[in-house]
Design a protein around this ligand. Sequence first.
Ligand code: NAP
Length: 234
Amino acid sequence: MKKALVTGGSRGIGAAICRALARDGWKVYINYNESGDKARALAEETGGVAVWADVSDEAAVRAMFDAVGDVDLLVSNAGIAHAELVQDLSEADWRRLFAVNTDGAFHAVRAAVPGMIRRKRGNIIIITSVCGVWGSSCETAYSATKGALIAMAKSLFKELGPSGIRVNAIAPGVIDTDMTACFSAEEKAAMAADTPLGRIGTPEDVAELAAFLASDRASFITGQIIGCDGGFAL
Ligand code: NAP
């Protein structure tokens, strides 16, 4: 059975990706940081395994991969958001966003890649954001972390393609998860109205794209930054 590790698989988009992959026959390793109960419940539901690591902690990520072993698929999804005027943004918040969103992806990729290169096959999906593509007012730090992930994906697919490893990124628009729970119903309605398809997204919308990219149906697709946003552009 092919093995997938999803960082930040305990909630939201990551949890939906874990469910879709398990449905498609993957053995899913569900990474969590704080939501151990949710990750364990999801593992029971999907036949997967809950594995702890704070992705910003390089040693913890390495220990997690040592325990899991080689994986066929890495979905780097763990992330945090932060909205603030740039002049009020603290150095600590800027660094924390980069530590989780960008360093976290780097730690996971660096730990997953040696086994993929050895076996001459592998698949990496990086969850970025429309903010990384277009930028977003009051989300300078978050957008910068997500833009860095796009540059990372664009470098990785070139470096790793000759080793049989595909690398793609998904750029979701506004998706209904805990991350967007800070928006009021009115704000969500306004964002839906600004979206050509007339609604905000669900975690399942993103999960179906990830499941496709994970599959052999996408075997000639690499180096793509694919929007999943209903046409919403910031
Ligand atoms: P969410 O509901 O807040 O879930 C975030 C996930 O990331 C949780 O599973 C959380 O795990 C995990 N996580 C956070 N910090 C972590 C850390 N240090 N180490 C390991 N895991 C950590 O957010 P979401 O909306 O599903 O977002 C998932 C990804 O999609 C993020 O990268 C986000 O930037 C991106 N995205 C979201 C949207 C949106 O509108 N929702 C749009 C574009 C992109 P624990 O709870 O176990 O700590």
